[in-house]
Design a protein. Sequence first.
Length: 272
Amino acid sequence: MGTLEGKVAFITGAARGQGRSHAVRLAREGADIIAVDLCAQLDTVAYPMATPDDLRETVAQVEALDRRIHAVRADVRDLGALTTAVADGQAQLGPIDIIIANAGIAAFGETGATDEQTFRDVIDINLVGVWNTVTAAVPSLIEKGAGSVVLTSSTQGLKGTGGNGDPGGSAYAAAKHGVVGLMRTFTNWLGPLGIRVNSIHPTGVNTPMIVNDVMAAMFADPTAMNDAVSNLMPVPMVEAIDVSNAIAWLVSDEARYVTGVTLPVDAGFNAK
């Protein structure tokens, strides 16, 4: 029996990358999954974003573990869409126990979008989307008086390096710092109700958001963002499963008194 047997996890940005990894890892521990992803391209994002086929692959991988999954295309900027996804998912799988607010974008590279739209899209998805995710799903945890919430921040939510005046980079760091603020306010709100809230802070992760031609061109420029992903340990990036393993522990009873923590999975990035 896994550590999350009988639990239901609500995960955003679940079509690929870290989100898919979290869904599969938690399913391996016995959880059923409500998976949400936009599965569409944004004008302000230069790299290819997740597709409906990616979300179907997440479904296939979870079902291969003999776990149930309800997958929905929804925009985390749309609270109503998330609320509907939660209601439909709970009707099929039961009340939510775990919230993983993972959806996010990195808006770097030339897209033709205005600086203002780039900044707004990153803030709206990476910060407002986190608030929407928790707002939509937390009533289930409150009703139970138990549960766990993990908000995906970044090393950029603790240090803020790598912006270099770029609107996408500045918005990314601001949003990820804002996620820490949400985590701390949620912790104080929900802790007395028996609900734990933490944030996770990865360094660069080997996922399609980072490993693509747009990012490769940026990292090839020594004046660009190399300070944002330079780790202390001799690895250029961590793997998605490294983050998923940390989350699987955070949401389990093994971490039953761990709350209000900013947990780095960063190969020593923040120690520099």
